[in-house]
Design a binder for this molecule. Structure first.
Ligand code: PEP
Ligand code: MN
Length: 367
């Protein structure tokens, strides 16, 4: 089964400033200074493609900080004006959508709790009808792929074609090192059903702590996800929400530098199998070459001792000419470039001379 989405490529709505694609910013906008200062530091790294911040926060218990509210849109807008970064916020109802659109928000995202509720998703979809804005949809809190797909369908059917999924992990009863289990297989199934749908990983909400974020970020890239969304705060130790999982902009910059963006294997299995087989042959030969050079050096050492014990010079020019000429001829017969063979032998010879010189400098063994 393939899903019938009408989706535009990610490049149509988000320019990737740096590989890999990174969306970053605080869990919550707290004060204008905190948001704007964080945004400037993030923008200065040159590695961030969009600025995130929650202003309406879904909280598990009442009384916790529920987001700064609409005023945060003005701060986000200032951060956008001053840094040039596109801005993204979480929306959870029609009013949020209207306010975010009016404030010039570039990208919307739907949070995990909202995705789990089809009423909410439909309300957002209805508010988006006729609007051209990118929407990213986090997986629902519970590991239910259909619910995730259903939310993507509702938003897509409202006419939103700039669509991405965000994998933020799933709630589980099992005790685990993660705040939310990655359950990669669900994202992989989604990608299989809809290969053109970009999937962005949110390591912050998967990990729940800073330490695991590099590992999960690398894993996401190795699973061919399109990028990462990572929470970053100017001073995580005093963050009002998700303090344990936020990184300073400098730490985030280091983390990005340490990520490896690997290329996917060739699509055709025959091509990759053939490559793997040829590489195996090469590895075997390289091992043999090194082994043989080591054997050669052992003999060189014996020659060195023999020359030393019999008061002979290290270099005998005739012998050296003979080696070079004979081997260059031999190489040519095997279709090796004569210059290449000569250079290779010169390198080996230089190492042999070095070894023999060391041996000459050791006192002669008197038998
Ligand atoms: C967030 O991104 O800050 C957030 C609340 O995420 P989630 O919906 O994944 O819990
Ligand atoms: Mn958060």
């Amino acid at each position: 089964m393939k899903l019938n989405f009408n989706i535009e490529p990610l490049e149509n709505w988000l320019s990737v400033k740096h590989q890999p694609l990174v969306i970053a910013g605080p869990c919550s906008a707290e004060t204008e200074e905190q948001l704007v200062a964080t945004a400037h530091l993030l923008a200065k790294t040159g590695k961030i493609s969009a600025l995130r911040a929650g202003i309406w926060k879904p909280r598990t218990r009442p009384g916790e900080f529920e987001g700064i509210g609409s005023i945060g849109l003005e701060w986000l807008n200032r951060a956008k004006r001053e840094t040039g970064l596109p801005i993204t916020v979480e929306v959870a109802n029609a009013k949020h959508v209207e306010e975010a659109l009016a404030a010039g928000v570039d990208i919307l995202w739907i949070g995990a709790r909202s995705t789990a509720n089809p009423f909410t998703v439909q309300e957002i979809a209805d508010a988006l009808r006729g609007v051209d804005i990118p929407v990213m949809i986090k997986n629902p809190v519970n590991p239910d792929l259909s619910l995730w797909i259903g939310a993507l369908e509702r938003i897509n059917q409202a006419g939103i074609t700039k669509l991405a999924a965000i994998s933020r992990g799933f709630s589980s009863y099992e005790k685990s090192a993660f705040r939310n289990e990655p359950m990669w297989e669900l994202s992989i199934q989604l990608k299989t059903l809809c290969p053109e749908l970009p999937i962005i990983c949110d390591p912050s909400h998967i990990c729940g702590n800073r330490e695991l974020i590099p590992y999960i970020s690398q894993k996401a890239l190795d699973l061919e996800m399109n990028g990462v969304m990572i929470e970053s705060h100017i001073d995580p130790s005093v963050a009002w929400t998700d303090a344990k999982q936020q990184l300073t902009p400098a730490a985030l910059s280091d983390l990005i530098d340490n990520l490896t963006v690997r290329q996917p294997e060739p699509k055709d299995k025959g091509v990759s199998d053939k490559l793997a087989e040829l590489r195996k042959q090469i590895d075997k030969i390289d091992d043999l070459v090194i082994q043989k050079i080591a054997e050669r050096m052992n003999i060189v050492e014996k020659i060195g001792e023999h020359k030393r014990d019999n008061d002979m010079t290290i270099l005998q020019l005739n012998r050296w000419d003979e080696i070079i000429n004979k081997r260059a001829e031999f190489g040519k017969a095997l279709k090796l470039d004569a210059e290449f063979t000569t250079k290779l032998l010169e390198l080996i010879h230089a190492e042999s001379i070095k070894k023999q010189t060391e041996i000459m400098n050791v006192t002669k063994v008197v038998e």
